[in-house]
Design a protein around this ligand. Structure first.
Ligand SMILES: O=C(O)CCC(=O)C(=O)O
Ligand SMILES: [Fe+2]
Length: 337
């Protein structure tokens, strides 16, 4: 008798789903002690009640506290003036990073890596080609291998990223796709995560305003009372935001928000080739709008760790290899949407 049994199965299925959800609760709770940031995916992170009680704000304060202590302990990795500039602005710009000849050789190695069938992703009107710098790629690119093992490079990356760790590096070539009318979500001013985190670029060519430079709001990495108030208000509505990036924990700020937080307008980080830019992308930033078809090639540096882990870390190549293997498996999976 389908007409009777069907309605009876519905509550059973719903209750099984509810039970399955409760079974996951310990995992969600444990994730509160990690960088888990999605208000949509983790019901505790997204809980309006918990956030009204201050969950998001407490996680943010603790993450900044732990990161600040680790970074202070790693402050010997960079020169005092760089430290001062980073603390003030939230990003570092190191021009002429490599000796000219070394850079020229690295540039041609990076071009060769980028020419060999990279991964291609499209976000709105930006096409990005990414080539992973794993052991295979580095075996054919000795200058790139030397950069990734360079003490000064690792020192600056580990100071800004506040952890002793090998970053994850790719050759990244961005190009504006003029045929696509949609806008690239990276071009809206945003913070990547609630906790301090690192992204960086060693630019392989000059980045003038027409090439869509990286833009950063100086000082927006700092936790002020006004920032915390803004974060608190965002945390109450993030879960139900129509913008999937906000629901995923990457808050968007407009000009009025910046003014309310006492923050200046973003600075376009226009640079010459061979400049290393390292930023705490929990500060507000965006990708500038490219006005012509020229590419923006760079060695793209990424490092993200559990902000609450007090251990300074260690630079293990074996660990990096494992992370790269996991990433390759993940990036080869077919994904919809
Ligand atoms: O490509 C850029 O200039 C910035 C992109 C960005 O916001 C990001 O990667 O988080
Ligand atoms: Fe970003």
């Amino acid at each position: 008798m389908p007409s009777v049994s069907a309605p009876m199965q519905m509550p059973a299925a719903a209750s099984m789903l509810r039970t399955a959800r409760y079974a996951l609760a310990p995992l969600w709770a444990l994730q509160l002690l990690t960088g888990a940031k999605s208000f949509a995916r983790n019901p505790l992170v997204g809980s309006r009640t918990l956030n009204r009680l201050g969950l998001h704000v407490v996680r943010k304060v603790l993450a900044h506290g732990f990161t600040g202590i680790r970074r202070a302990l790693l402050s010997g990795l960079v020169a005092a003036d760089q430290r001062r500039r980073f603390r003030q602005d939230g990003y570092l710009v190191l021009p002429d990073f490599l000796p000219a000849e070394e850079f020229a050789a690295l540039q041609s190695e990076a071009r060769a890596v980028a020419a060999a069938a990279p991964r291609r992703i499209q976000e709105g009107d930006t096409v990005t080609e990414l080539s992973l710098l794993d052991d295979d790629a580095l075996a054919r690119a000795p200058r790139l291998a030397r950069l990734l093992a360079d003490r000064r490079f690792l020192g600056a990356v580990n100071f800004v990223g506040a952890r002793l760790k090998h970053p994850f590096c790719q050759v990244q070539v961005l190009r504006r796709d003029f045929a696509t009318p949609e806008s690239d979500p990276q071009k809206t001013l945003h913070s990547d995560t609630f906790h301090p985190t690192l992204k960086g670029w060693l630019f392989l060519e000059d980045v003038d305003p027409a090439r869509g430079p990286f833009e950063y709001v100086p000082g927006s990495h700092r936790l002020t009372r006004r920032r915390l108030g803004w974060e608190y208000r965002q945390s109450l509505k993030a879960k139900s935001s129509a913008d999937p990036h906000v629901a995923a924990g990457s808050f968007r700020a407009d000009e009025a928000d910046l003014a309310a937080m006492g923050l200046p307008a973003p600075t376009a980080v226009t640079v010459r080739a061979n400049t290393l830019v390292l930023a705490d992308t929990s500060g507000f930033h965006r990708r500038g709008q490219a006005m012509d078809g020229r590419a923006r090639p760079a060695i793209y540096i990424f490092m993200r760790t559990n902000p609450f882990n007090p251990i300074l870390g260690f630079r293990s190549r074996a660990f990096r290899r494992l992370e790269l293997m996991a990433f390759k498996r993940w990036s080869q999976q077919p994904r919809g949407g």
